[in-house]
Write a protein of this length. Structure first.
Length: 285
């Protein structure tokens, strides 16, 4: 019965170890917490296996020793009483002793086999712990590199966002100045057109100075055409600047969204790690 209890206890330990590794694969916890859990798990399994092996060996040694002593006492008694017993009874007694001796030898061999298996389980547990520790250190190093990269990207996006803000501000001021300049020039041209219209309406009938007036009017019309062309050119420049401003605003919005996403991801990663750490600590408690 004791042997069956020890074997059942060992199977329970192996099952708990398997469950632990399944939980480890499906749960995300901080590498430091994971290392601590691995150490605790290893120490617990090692201690339980050691205790089980000690109890197992003690049980078998005690049981075997007591049985051997009993058999020796029986043999001595049989030798002393050999004169009083017939040969057939002695033969039966010796056969029974041989059978019991064989059973004891078989139990001893099973004990040695079980002990060797327990030692192999301890070695496997140690190898698994070392492998898990190496994997955890690699994962920790990877997480540190990802965090550093995220911080660098966040700083880069913030710098780019400030540059785009300055460019957008400069482009807005330039467009406003251009609009004011165009408005002033348009007002000047309107005033000049009105003045020319009044001069044409108020001009007398053909006189000797008609040629001079026509030349003056022609010059004014040419000047007006030049100024209109200048206005059209300024309007074209204004349209180009407006398109440039729209592109800058679009780039600004994209950079701002990227910076917000980078900041959110960094905060979300920190919050997730903190929550996982708290959950792992609660499990330990």
């Amino acid at each position: 019965m004791s042997m069956l209890c020890l074997i059942s206890r060992k199977d329970t330990l192996v099952e708990n170890s398997t469950t632990y590794h399944k939980v480890k694969l499906h749960a995300y916890i901080e590498p430091e917490i994971y290392l601590f859990l691995a150490e605790v798990q290893y120490e617990s399994v090692t201690a339980e296996l050691f205790i089980a092996s000690e109890e197992f060996c003690f049980f078998n040694v005690t049981h075997t020793g007591e049985a051997m002593k009993a058999k020796e006492s029986t043999i001595m008694a049989l030798k002393q009483d050999s004169g009083e017993m017939d040969s057939s009874a002695q033969t039966v007694s010796f056969e029974e002793l041989r059978a019991e001796r064989d059973i004891l030898k078989e139990e001893l061999e099973k004990t040695v086999t079980s002990l060797n298996k327990l030692k192999a389980d301890v070695q496997n547990s140690e190898s698994q712990r070392m492998a898990d520790q190496r994997a955890s250190m690699q994962r920790l190093h990877q997480l540190e590199e990802e965090l550093q990269t995220s911080r660098l990207n966040s700083s880069h996006y913030r710098l780019q966002l400030r540059q785009l803000e300055q460019e957008a501000k400069g482009a807005t001021e330039e467009v406003n100045n251009l609009q004011r300049t165009l408005q002033v020039k348009l007002q000047e041209k309107d005033a000049e057109i009105k003045r020319l219209s009044r001069e044409i309406i108020a001009a007398p009938s053909k006189t000797e100075g008609e040629t001079e007036t026509e030349q003056r009017l022609k010059q004014l019309m040419e000047s007006l055409i030049k100024k209109q062309n200048m206005i059209e050119s300024l309007q074209t420049d204004k349209h180009s600047l407006m398109l440039q401003l729209e592109r800058v605003e679009h780039m600004y919005r994209e950079a701002e969204s990227a910076a917000i996403r980078a900041t959110y991801n960094s905060q979300n990663q920190g919050g997730h790690n903190g929550s996982a750490s708290l959950s792992a600590v609660c499990r330990l408690t």
